[in-house]
Design a protein around this ligand. Structure first.
Ligand SMILES: Cc1cc2nc3c(=O)[nH]c(=O)nc-3n(C[C@H](O)[C@H](O)[C@H](O)COP(=O)(O)OP(=O)(O)OC[C@H]3O[C@@H](n4cnc5c(N)ncnc54)[C@H](O)[C@@H]3O)c2cc1C
Length: 453
C-alpha cells in the first residue's frame, strides 16, 4: 500500500487550501449571520460554487465519472486529503459539490439510475443546481436494522403509493432540495426474505402528501440544511421513479453507504487537526498558576495523544479508501465500519480535550469546538451506530478465527508446565481444520495434549 500523495493531489491540496483561506473562511461570518437568522445562506454559497467549478474544484469525490460528467476523476485515496481540508469549515464541502447526503445519492444514481432518471435527477445534482436527501430512518422502529423499516411502497396501476414517517433526514430543509430517495417495503408478505422486501423510490419533494413536519434540533442546535421529520400520506409517484428493481433497496442502500461513510471520516480528520492546532495554540498562550498550560504534563499528554490518535485514524481512512479503489466497496465493508467507528469516537475525544484546555469558552459558539463536538456525537449514530460497526468488525474477526481454528494450538501447549495433567488447563480448541506444521515442515494432525519436550 502506498499512501504518498501524488504531485497532482499535492497541487489540488494546495489549491483547495488557498480556496478555503481566501474565499471560504472570510465568508464564514456572513454564512453564520444568515444561518442564525434562519435563512439558508445561498447568497454566500452560490457565488462560491461558481468560482469552485471554474477553478476545477468540483465533484472531487466521484471516481469513475463518465466523459460527459463534470468533475476531477480522483480515486477515493486521492480525494481523502482534499476532504480533510474541506472538513475544517463544516459548510465548505457544498461549495465543491462534495457534501453529504448528495455525494451518496449521486453515487447511488450513478450506479443504478435509468437513462431518464439520470437526466431528471443525476445531471442537476452533479451540476449543483438542486439538492437531495436520503430518507431511511423511522421513529417507530430501530432503524440501525433497516430490515425493520415499515414505510409502505405499494404498486397501484402505473404508480407507487407511499405511506409512512421518516426522521432525521439530512438536507430536507435545504431550499434547493427537490428529491427524496425513500426506502420502504414493497413486498410485505411474511415469506419474503428480509433483505429482499425493500425498494428505493425517487420522490419529488413537492409531491402532494409529502410534508416536512419539523427540523429536529441536534444537541439543541438546529442545522440550517435540516435533519427533518417527513410524513408521506398517500404520496403517489410514477412507477418509472423506482430505482433499480423491486426488492433491491437493501442492497443498493449498502452500496451507497461505503464511500459516503468514508467521506465523513475524511472530514473528521480535518476537524480534529483543527481542534488540535487550536488546543496547542491556546495552551502556549494561556497561563494558570504561574505557568503556561502547555507546561502541565496532562495538557502535553492530551496534545500528544491527540496527535497519535489522529495519525492512526488517518492511516485507517486511507487504507479504507485504498481498498475501495483496489477491491471495490463491498470488499472494503469491514474497513469502512472500522474507520466509521474510530473517526466518530476520535472526534468527540480530541475535541473534548481541546474544549477542556479552552476552559468555559470552549462551550459557547465563540470557537468552532462546540459545533464540532456536537457533530462528532451525532456521528456516533448517523450512518449506523457504533455498535453495528463493532459487530461488523467482530464478525469478520470471528469468521477468520473459525476458518483457522486450531492453528495456534502450539502457542497454548508450549506454555503449559511440563507436569500439567490432562484437564489442568485449556489446551486449545478441538482438532479441526488445518494442522500446524511440524518442524520437519510436514503437516500432521495434532492431539490435544502437551507435546513432549
Ligand atoms: C444528525 C443525524 C443525521 C442523520 N441523517 C440521516 C439521514 O439523512 N437519513 C436517514 O435515514 N437517517 C439519518 N439519521 C438517522 C440515523 O441513521 C439513525 O439514528 C441510526 O441508524 C440509528 O437508528 P435509531 O436512531 O433508530 O437507533 P436504534 O436502531 O433504535 O438503536 C438504538 C441503540 O441500540 C443499540 N444497538 C443497535 N443495534 C445494535 C447492535 N447490533 N448491537 C448492539 N447494540 C445495538 C445502539 O446503542 C443504538 O444506538 C441521522 C441521525 C442523526 C443523529
Amino acid at each position: 500500500m502506498d499512501f504518498a500523495y501524488t504531485p497532482r493531489v499535492q497541487a489540488l491540496q494546495a489549491q483547495v487550501q488557498r480556496f478555503m483561506d481566501d474565499l471560504i473562511l472570510p465568508s464564514h461570518g456572513d454564512w453564520r449571520r444568515w444561518a442564525e437568522a434562519g435563512v439558508y445562506p445561498l447568497d454566500v454559497i452560490e457565488p462560491l460554487k461558481v468560482q469552485a467549478r471554474a477553478a476545477g474544484l468540483w465533484n472531487l469525490f466521484l471516481p469513475g465519472l463518465r466523459d460527459d460528467e463534470p468533475g476531477t476523476r480522483l480515486t477515493n485515496l486521492e480525494y481523502a486529503p482534499l476532504a480533510e481540508t474541506m472538513g475544517r469549515v463544516p459548510w465548505a464541502s457544498e461549495v465543491f459539490n462534495c457534501n453529504a447526503p448528495d455525494t451518496g445519492n449521486i453515487e447511488l444514481l450513478h450506479l443504478f439510475a435509468s437513462a431518464a432518471q439520470r437526466t431528471q435527477w443525476l445531471q442537476p445534482l452533479m451540476a449543483g443546481s438542486m439538492r437531495s436527501c436520503f430518507a431511511m430512518s423511522e421513529p417507530d422502529v430501530a432503524s440501525s436494522d433497516p430490515t425493520n423499516l415499515g414505510t409502505r411502497i405499494a404498486r397501484e396501476g402505473d404508480d407507487y403509493v407511499l405511506n409512512g414517517r421518516k426522521w432525521f433526514i439530512t438536507g430536507a430543509a435545504h431550499p434547493h432540495c427537490r428529491l427524496a430517495i425513500v426506502m420502504g417495503v414493497s413486498d410485505p408478505s411474511p415469506e419474503a426474505p428480509a433483505h429482499r422486501r425493500h425498494s428505493l423510490l425517487l420522490v419529488p419533494m413537492d409531491a402532494p402528501g409529502l410534508e416536512v413536519v419539523r427540523n429536529i434540533p441536534v444537541m439543541q442546535h438546529q442545522a440550517i440544511e435540516g435533519h427533518c421529520e417527513l410524513v408521506f400520506r398517500d404520496v403517489r409517484v410514477a412507477a418509472d421513479q423506482l430505482l433499480g428493481a423491486e426488492g433491491e433497496g437493501f442492497a443498493m442502500a449498502q452500496a451507497r453507504l461505503g464511500p459516503g461513510r468514508v467521506h465523513h471520516c475524511m472530514r473528521t480528520i480535518g476537524q480534529c487537526e483543527l481542534a488540535l492546532e487550536l488546543m496547542a495554540e491556546r495552551a502556549l498562550e494561556r497561563m494558570a498558576f504561574g505557568r503556561h498550560l502547555s507546561d502541565f504534563a496532562n495538557v502535553q499528554d492530551w496534545i500528544a495523544m491527540s496527535r497519535v490518535e489522529i495519525d492512526q485514524a488517518r492511516l485507517l481512512v486511507l487504507r479504507a479508501a485504498w481498498r475501495m479503489d483496489q477491491e471495490g466497496n463491498q470488499a472494503a465493508r469491514t474497513d469502512v465500519s472500522a474507520i466509521k467507528l474510530v473517526a466518530a469516537r476520535l472526534q468527540t475525544t480530541v475535541i473534548d480535550r481541546a474544549m477542556q484546555v479552552f476552559g468555559a469558552v470552549g462551550l459557547p459558539p465563540d470557537t468552532p469546538l462546540a459545533a464540532l463536538w456536537s457533530w462528532g456525537r451525532a456521528l456516533r449514530f448517523l450512518d449506523g451506530p457504533d455498535e453495528v460497526h463493532l459487530r461488523t468488525v467482530a464478525r469478520q474477526e470471528l469468521a477468520r478465527s473459525r476458518a483457522h481454528r486450531g492453528e495456534n494450538v502450539l502457542h497454548l501447549q508450549r506454555w503449559l508446565p511440563p507436569d500439567a495433567t490432562d484437564g489442568a488447563a485449556w489446551r486449545g480448541p478441538p482438532a479441526v481444520g488445518k494442522a500446524p506444521r511440524s518442524r520437519s515442515g510436514k503437516g500432521r494432525r495434532f492431539a490435544c495434549r502437551a507435546p513432549a519436550g
